[in-house]
Write a protein that binds this ligand. Structure first.
Ligand code: PXG
Length: 455
């Protein structure tokens, strides 16, 4: 790039002009931003040349790893042929159509159609409107209420943040908007009390049935959940949870929405997270791994049940984005999915690197500050505990998680902490040696916590 100021100046320019997402800008400006300017495989490099193993795949998204020239070539070619055209007024572009077909081919079952968006947040706003127009088209306009979960994350748009169950997000925007309510999450370690995980899974699933009773079945449009909560802390539900949720949605005639933004595209060793849990959603927002983050693109996978009504009964759906099905993003996504297929990355996670990661991650459970270390595929959540025998947590969970995370980063490992849980979600291409590097560095950070904090 010409005209690029010296990297050393970027921090000051950033502080002067750039407001970052989910950031305390005063603190960030004082500390200075870390400038990332290069990446290869599972490693990222900062402007001082330091290398970090990115155990978080960017933001849960770089599923095929960094530096895939095939994807940039595909985007470049598409940009030269047709950089943009819309999908609104009776037109489409080859990549948009072929991508919809490709996604449907992996969704299996009845998710045969896709509506494109630019992000996971927009995907959640989109199904939220779809669910309501679906019931309206069926002559049930009063079926509008949506049930979601506490500590869920579904994005930062007004509907996305409302569907999410993050209290501090609600407080900043007078959210949730009307028509959305929340039930408890299947977080056994923190909230399961004396119940076994299996009992607790059933108990919190049945809160859905109770809420439907309270609201009245004729008023409830949909229930939404992530197969495994991501930003909420990689909360892996007990095995009893999902089948019971699916039963309730089926019997109560409520649409089941599986938010696949993180769990989709191989993360759990299946193409989509709901396949891991053996349930069939009616709607499924997607993003992130769809393009491995190389370009922004998302969408909603729509089942025949909903699509048939939209196609046959609805007429116009007054909804869409200038860049719905953007040809360059779609071309990049197609190439990304080709790589996942050709390299067998979903099978690799299921049969090879996923089990290897699971054993390495689980081995951290012998550490005295670890309450549990669980994973599915390449998605791991590790619970820090002040007293593992009683499941007692540290008094200041955010500080504890941040301490461990910062130790990891200082030692060349990018991890994410949610409160007192450590989260990993590396590229599906990570090698065994690189998995060992993740757990070795995390173990050192756990030692640091044990040696510096007494409670
Ligand atoms: N649904 C889920 C399940 C997500 O994880 C979104 C929707 C929204 O997607 P977009 O593309 O609009 O960001 C997400 C996004 C974190 C973190 O710190 C997680 C997300 C985004 C940013 C940060 O864990 N997830």
């Amino acid at each position: 790039m010409t005209d690029m100021p010296a990297l050393s100046n970027l921090s000051a320019i950033d502080a002067a002009h750039h407001l970052h997402p989910f950031s305390d800008m005063k603190k960030l400006n004082a500390a200075g931003t870390r400038i990332i300017d290069r990446a290869e495989g599972v490693y990222i490099f900062d402007s001082t040349g330091r290398m970090y193993l990115d155990a978080f795949a960017g933001l849960w998204c770089v599923n095929v790893g960094y530096g895939r020239k095939e994807i940039s070539d595909a985007a470049y070619r598409q940009m030269q042929d047709l950089p943009y055209y819309n999908t609104f007024f009776g037109t489409t572009t080859p990549p948009a159509t072929l991508l919809a077909q490709k996604i449907a081919s992996h969704a299996g079952g009845k998710l045969n159609r896709v509506f494109f968006t630019n992000s996971g947040s927009e995907a959640n706003d989109t199904w939220f409107r779809m669910a309501r127009v679906y019931w309206r088209a069926l002559g049930k306009p009063e079926k509008t209420q949506v049930i979601a979960r506490r500590n869920a994350y579904h994005g930062s748009t007004v509907a996305g943040a409302s569907l999410g169950g993050m209290k501090w997000m609600h407080e900043q925007g007078n959210l949730p908007i009307a028509g959305i309510s929340h039930i408890n999450q299947p977080y056994w370690y923190a909230e399961g009390g004396d119940l076994t995980p299996a009992e607790f899974g059933l108990k919190v699933a049945r809160e859905l049935e109770e809420r439907i009773e309270e609201l009245g079945e004729d008023n409830v449009a949909a229930f939404v959940a992530e197969p495994i909560q991501g930003a909420g802390g990689v909360i892996i539900p007990p095995d009893t949870y999902w089948p019971e949720i699916a039963r309730i949605c089926r019997e109560r005639n409520v649409l089941l929405v599986s938010d696949e933004v993180i769990c989709g595209f191989g993360r759990l060793g299946t193409w989509f997270g709901h396949q891991h849990y053996g349930v069939e959603p009616d709607l499924a927002p997607i993003a992130k791994g769809l393009s491995s983050g190389y370009l922004p693109i998302g969408g909603v996978m729509v089942s025949d049940r909903v699509a048939d009504v939209m196609v046959e009964e609805l007429g116009d759906f007054y909804h869409g984005f200038t860049y719905s099905g953007h040809p360059v993003c779609a071309a990049a996504a197609l190439e990304n999915l080709r790589i996942i297929e050709e390299e067998g990355l979903v099978e690799r996670v299921r049969d090879d690197i996923g089990p290897y990661f699971a054993a390495a991650w689980k081995s951290l459970e012998d550490h005295e500050v670890v309450g549990e270390a669980e994973s599915v595929g390449l998605m791991g959540g590790l619970q820090l505990a002040a007293d593992k025998s009683t499941r007692r947590r540290y008094a200041k969970p955010d500080d504890i998680g941040t301490l461990v995370r910062n130790h990891c980063i200082d030692n060349g490992l990018i991890m994410r902490a949610t409160g007192d849980r450590m989260l990993a979600s590396p590229a599906l291409t990570i090698s065994r040696a690189e998995v060992d590097e993740v757990t070795d560095k995390l173990r050192k950070a756990l030692d640091h916590l044990r040696d510096t904090v007494r409670e």
